[in-house]
Design a protein around this ligand. Structure first.
Ligand SMILES: Nc1ncnc2c1ncn2[C@@H]1O[C@H](COP(=O)(O)OP(=O)(O)OP(=O)(O)O)[C@@H](O)[C@H]1O
Ligand SMILES: [Mg+2]
Length: 233
C-alpha cells in the first residue's frame, strides 16, 4: 500500500477551545489508483491531505507510507522521503515569482543536489513538454495564465518521479474549461507515470472517474464508494 491513514484524528486548539477537525479517518491509496475526496467547506479535506503528505502530524492514529509509520521517522527523514515519493499540487500553485517556469520545475530536485542541474534542465523541459508548455519555459509566473501556472506546478510535483500525487482542489481557481483540461492532464499523467492520485475536489463528475470516491463530512468519512464495483453492477 502506497499511502494509508489508520484511524486518523486531528484536533486543533485555538486558545482554550479544542476543535476536532478529523475523527477517526481511515483510507488507502494504492499505486496507480485514484481516490477523490469531496465534502463541504470545513469538513477537513485539506487537513487530511496535509496529514497524508506528512506536512502535519495527527493527534492520534497513524499515516503510513509503504507500510512505514510516519511517526517513526525524524522530521528530516520524513521531509526527504516526501520530497522523493510524493508530489503535492495546491489550489494556488505556490510558484516562486522570481523563477522561470523551467526553474520552478527544477526546484524540488535541486534541494541537496545542485550538481545534477544540467541533466535536470532537460528533465524539467521534458515535463513542461508533457504538460504542453514547451513555448513557456522562460516565462515567469506573472507572465503565465492560471491554467499554465497550475500546469507548471504539476510538472514541478513530478520532477522527482514521485509514486503519489496529492492535489488539493487543483482546478478550484480555474475556469471550467481550463479546469477540465488540467484534470484530463492529471489523469493522463497518472496513467503514464503509474501514480497513486489523490484529488480533493468539488466536482462530482470527477468522482466517477476515480477508483474510490470518498465523502468527508464534519471530520468523518460518510461515504466511501468503490467506483469500479458500482460500474460493473
Ligand atoms: N491550523 C489550524 N488551526 C486551527 N484550526 C484549523 C487549522 N487548519 C484548519 N482549521 C480548521 O479546521 C477545519 C477544517 O479545515 P480544512 O482546511 O481541512 O477544511 P476543508 O475541508 O479543506 O475546507 P475547504 O473546502 O473550504 O477547503 C476548519 O474549520 C478550519 O477552520
Ligand atoms: Mg481545503
Amino acid at each position: 500500500m502506497l499511502i494509508e491513514a489508520k484511524h486518523v484524528s486531528k484536533r486543533y486548539v485555538m486558545g482554550k477551545v479544542p476543535l476536532q477537525v478529523l475523527k477517526g479517518v481511515s483510507l488507502k491509496i494504492e499505486s496507480g489508483s485514484c481516490v477523490t475526496i469531496m465534502g463541504p467547506s470545513g469538513a477537513g479535506k485539506s487537513t487530511l491531505l496535509h496529514l497524508l503528505a506528512g506536512l502535519d502530524t495527527p493527534t492520534s492514529g497513524d499515516v503510513l507510507w509503504e507500510g512505514e509509520k510516519l511517526s517513526r521517522l525524524s522530521d528530516a527523514r520524513r521531509a526527504m522521503v516526501r520530497n522523493k515519493k510524493i508530489g503535492i499540487v495546491f489550489q494556488f500553485y505556490h510558484l516562486l515569482p522570481e523563477l522561470t517556469a523551467q526553474e520552478n520545475v527544477m526546484l524540488p530536485a535541486l534541494v541537496g543536489h545542485a550538481a545534477r542541474s544540467k541533466h535536470l534542465k532537460a528533465r524539467a523541459e521534458g515535463l513542461l513538454e508533457q504538460v504542453g508548455l514547451t513555448a513557456r519555459l522562460r516565462h515567469k509566473p506573472r507572465e503565465l495564465s492560471g491554467g499554465e501556472q497550475q500546469r507548471v506546478a504539476i510538472a514541478r510535483a513530478l520532477i522527482n518521479e514521485p509514486q503519489a500525487l496529492l492535489c488539493d482542489e487543483p482546478t478550484g481557481n480555474l475556469d471550467s474549461k481550463t479546469g477540465a483540461e488540467v484534470m484530463d492532464l492529471l489523469f493522463a499523467l497518472r496513467k503514464q507515470h503509474h501514480l497513486g492520485l489523490l484529488l480533493v475536489t468539488h466536482q462530482a463528475k470527477l468522482a466517477e472517474r476515480a477508483d474510490q470516491a470518498i465523502v468527508l463530512e464534519d471530520g468523518k468519512i460518510v461515504e466511501a464508494e468503490r467506483v469500479a464495483e458500482r460500474k460493473t453492477r
